[in-house]
Design a protein around this ligand. Structure first.
Ligand code: DTR
Ligand code: ZN
Ligand code: ZN
Length: 483
């Protein structure tokens, strides 16, 4: 669930006209309880806005992890049967959603066992945004806030991404780490397993450890960093006034990524440290009590999770993921007409033309206005040209050069092209016309130039005449339209 819909392009914009009832708003916030939310009216939801992650689905994963611990000696510690069952739970759901999943055996771990890595196969493989959470618990309990919350938040986000299958601008990779509780060992092993090139591909690593603390706060790792911006924008939009994750600094799986020069951020709701009175004032909850009173204890069960905090973390992950890695938020095609002065009515700029080509001479009429480009027509050996540099915007569906051409000729042999006009873009000849194309009046010619998307190239008309019998090429109203 979420309270507000953020537009894809502007982090702080909220749609007008939507019907939203928000509970547990800040300033006069009550203790965290489940939110009561009337979802935005369908029309208000932008097509490319981040999806609303169902906290009910995230909670269902928590219940599964809790049951796994219960049936495996009460915990999900790395290397234990409870850990393996947790890994298989995540893995099978990802595989049925279409992920390429791999397991990495952490041989240097205190309890050797596997990391689980899943990559969504869209977007460029060399530009990766990574989201990670540790999947192991301490041996004292089932580890539901620490860290079935992070694990479940990422699993549900991964499933929603697969279900929506949006256009990707970046590759998204999810990781569930083993052996975090013994010293960040699984994630350290993974970072060490990457070569410099592979590390360079990872543009950001986002960590989620304890994101549903029952007396939780809203903490962000490196909160003022550019990397944190989308996570912060979402919580800012809810008025949550997030703070730096001081308590968790250097204590979770972002650490070795950051050490390796990969920018990191993440959400956390707090562990054994106590909520201050000013935090209780702005976030609700109990001042002078631990964010998570069951931290690393057997009571860290499904009862030890705030649905409100968890919901806000899960939706913020989706918001950040969409902002960072999903395309279409901003149209890539800026479109329009890119030829300048295509009607030749505004002097010669930006054309470069042979002397006298751009003219209002009365011998040949313009198609529109009074000027046109008149190449050749001498009846002697001659080359004349007309050109300008054009920049074709990237990302459009169609690119068309169009112009109106009138050809008249004194040539009489009906089968030989003596005099020619070529149309070139860059070094490519798009079309050739000759005395054989002579006709009364103007004919519109349209050429597909989609192959030049994103390039700056010269559009050139070149007229060549042989030594006798004139051919005139008159050009008017040149356009290059991208749309
Ligand atoms: N790595 C965490 C340790 C931790 C301690 N405090 C915080 C606060 C916020 C996030 C994480 C932590 C653990 O798993 O115990
Ligand atoms: Zn943890
Ligand atoms: Zn822990």
């Amino acid at each position: 669930m979420r309270g507000r819909t953020l537009s894809a392009g502007t982090a702080l914009a909220v749609f007008a006209g939507m019907t939203v009832t928000l509970a547990a708003q800040p300033a006069t916030a009550s203790p965290p309880t489940a939110t009561t939310v009337t979802r935005p009216i369908a029309a208000a939801a932008a097509a490319l806005a981040a999806p609303d992650i169902s906290v009910t689905n995230v909670q269902a994963h928590l219940t599964q992890f809790n049951a796994i611990a219960t049936s495996n000696g009460g915990n999900r510690r790395a290397g234990s049967a409870g850990y393996t069952a947790s890994l298989n739970y995540v893995k099978t759901r990802l595989q049925s959603a279409g992920y390429t999943v791999s397991e990495q055996y952490c041989s240097s771990c205190t309890y050797p066992s596997n990391n689980l890595i899943a990559e969504w196969p869209g977007g460029p493989a060399d530009q990766v945004v990574m989201f990670g959470a540790h999947l192991d618990s301490v041996s004292a309990g089932p580890g539901i806030n620490d860290n079935a919350t992070g694990s479940s938040t990422l699993l549900e986000n991964a499933l929603v991404l697969a279900a929506q299958n949006p256009t990707m601008t970046k590759r998204v990779r999810f990781a569930w780490w083993t052996d975090e509780e013994q010293g960040l060992n699984g994630s350290r092993f993974y970072v060490n397993s990457l070569n410099a090139t592979q590390r360079g591909y990872i543009k950001g690593y986002y960590n989620f450890d304890m994101v549903g603390s029952i007396n939780g706060g809203y903490f962000i790792n490196r909160v003022t960093s550019t990397t944190a911006a989308p996570l912060k924008a979402y919580w800012d939009s809810l008025g949550l006034q997030p703070e730096e994750n001081v308590e968790g600094q250097g204590r979770s799986d972002d650490y070795y990524f950051q050490q390796a020069g990969i920018p990191t951020s993440g959400y956390a709701a707090g562990a054994s440290a106590r909520k201050t009175s000013s935090q209780a004032a702005k976030w609700g909850g109990t001042a002078n009590s631990a964010y998570d009173p069951c931290y690393h204890r057997s009571c860290d069960t499904t009862a030890n999770v705030s649905a409100t905090v968890l919901n806000r973390a899960a939706d913020g992950v989706a918001y950040a993921l969409w902002q960072l890695a999903v395309g279409g938020g901003t149209p890539t095609c800026t479109g329009g007409q890119v030829v300048g002065n295509g009607g030749f009515e505004s002097g010669s700029t930006p054309w470069t033309a042979s002397s006298g080509v751009i003219t209002n001479a009365s011998g040949q009429p313009a198609r529109t206005g009074s000027y046109k480009a008149w190449l050749n027509g001498y009846g002697t050996t001659r080359t004349e040209s007309l050109s300008q540099s054009v920049t074709l915007p990237a990302g459009c569906a169609t690119y068309t050069v169009s112009f109106w051409l009138h050809i008249d000729t004194a040539e009489t042999t009906g089968s030989t092209a003596y005099d020619r006009l070529t149309v070139q873009l860059g070094s490519t000849t798009l079309a050739t016309y000759s005395n054989l194309n002579a006709a009364t009046g103007y004919v519109q010619r349209s050429l597909n130039v989609a192959g030049f998307a994103g390039q700056t190239v010269t559009l050139r008309f070149n007229g060549t005449e042989d030594s006798s019998l004139q051919t005139t090429f008159v050009i008017d109203d040149v356009t290059l339209l991208a749309s």
